[in-house]
Ligand binder design. Structure first.
Ligand SMILES: NC(=O)c1ccc[n+]([C@@H]2O[C@H](COP(=O)([O-])OP(=O)(O)OC[C@H]3O[C@@H](n4cnc5c(N)ncnc54)[C@H](O)[C@@H]3O)[C@@H](O)[C@H]2O)c1
Length: 343
């Protein structure tokens, strides 16, 4: 595993200079980050830009193919650096395109969403969705550098801020209760979003994830804690993939279900579980659900990448700030948690 170099950017000029310095750069963005973020960089017009349609449905083989084609068209070679300017869709997709093009070229992530800054751009997981299954094709490949500039958040819609916040809260829940409590004390709303000092919080989330990833890059053990909320969250996201609801909202639903299971299956104390559920309910609306969807969502949890021999393995909270991995759950447990969530 090669280490990603984190650079915390202070000015647009600094970012401009770093990108102009990269040899043979090609920029990957989506139509939103092309509109809102690319102009801030004031780059020279000879840097090629590949721009794709935004959204989770474009984290696909179709987009991957398009990026490979564009790289060929722009005469990219082994010395080319792909610069992923966007949210988690762009860093996952661009990371995979770079990891495979010419057997691997360098890439730099410039995350522009909160989700990207605190989570998706960090830790070396690249990937696309495949046949309706989340992140089923991908690699573990570290970016050369991540340039973090919270100024990009000024144009990010509030529901996308909430989405990233969901993963930040998760970082607190699995590793640092004080961080979780600090986050909930900020009372996230569209108004408070504008006054929050994001940089120290982003740094904290990066540090938590980095420490976990460094101990288990390829997720054979401890790294699985980062999947708290994702067993059920990914099943919901795969099922409702046409809903346009951001990733973190599905994760927050998964966190409520898996917090419920952590308590009912004998790990987490009732008072702790209630406090966590109340904190999430203050920030996120619950996702609407038709009871007739239940069987299909349950079946999707059987496809989770952490499972072994068709046994569903779930991350539990032992307490706020401490998680455990490889806890076996049944389809009945999944159903109970979804019934709790939708009650
Ligand atoms: N690889 C990992 O470890 C990891 C971790 C967490 C999430 N993810 C993945 O990340 C994805 C979710 O990331 P995301 O929430 O950033 O999604 P995203 O990339 O779709 O971005 C969300 C939306 O915000 C727009 N946007 C981004 N930055 C903007 C800005 N500054 N101003 C205005 N609009 C902006 C995008 O165009 C998009 O419409 C999912 O596919 C998820 O699976 C990966």
């Amino acid at each position: 595993m090669s280490e990603t170099n984190y650079v915390f950017i202070k000015t647009a000029n600094e970012l401009h200079t770093l990108i102009e310095k990269a040899s043979n750069a090609v920029i990957l963005c989506d139509h939103n980050t092309e509109k809102f973020c690319l102009p801030l960089l004031k780059l020279s017009s000879d840097i090629p830009v590949i721009s794709i349609s935004p959204g989770e449905l474009n984290k696909s083989t179709f987009s991957l193919n398009h990026i490979w084609n564009q790289l060929v068209l722009h005469q990219a070679d082994r010395n080319t650096v792909l610069i992923n300017l966007g949210g988690g869709v762009i860093s996952d997709l661009g990371g995979l395109a770079a990891a495979t093009f010419n057997r691997g070229i360098k890439f730099i992530n410039i995350p522009t969403s909160l989700m990207g800054m605190v989570d998706a751009a960090n830790g070396g997981k690249t990937g696309i969705n495949y046949n309706g299954l989340k992140n089923y094709i991908g690699t573990f490949t570290s970016s050369e550098s991540n340039y973090i500039w919270p100024e990009f958040l000024a144009t990010l819609p509030f529901e996308q801020i909430q989405s990233g916040y969901s993963e930040m809260l998760k970082h607190g829940l699995i590793a640092d209760k004080t961080y979780f409590e600090l986050l909930i004390s900020l009372e996230l709303t569209p108004e408070t979003t504008k006054t929050i000092d994001w940089l120290p919080l982003i740094k904290k989330s990066i540090d938590i994830k980095k420490a976990i990833v460094e101990s288990d890059f390829k997720e054979s053990g401890k790294r699985k804690v980062l999947n708290f909320g994702h067993t059920i969250g990914h099943a919901l996201e795969s099922f409702y993939c046409h809903s346009n609801l951001p990733h973190g909202h599905f994760v927050s639903a998964g966190i409520l279900c898996e917090t419920f299971l952590s308590h009912t299956l004998g790990r987490l104390e009732l008072a702790e579980s209630q406090k966590i559920i109340m904190a999430y309910d203050k920030i996120f609306n619950r996702i609407h659900f038709k009871p007739s969807d239940m069987e299909a969502i349950k079946k999707l949890t059987l496809k989770d990448k952490k499972n072994k021999n068709q046994i569903i393995k779930c991350v539990f909270l032992e307490q706020n700030g401490l998680a455990s991995i490889d806890n076996e759950i049944t389809l009945k447990d999944v159903e109970d948690s979804l019934n709790f969530y939708y009650a």
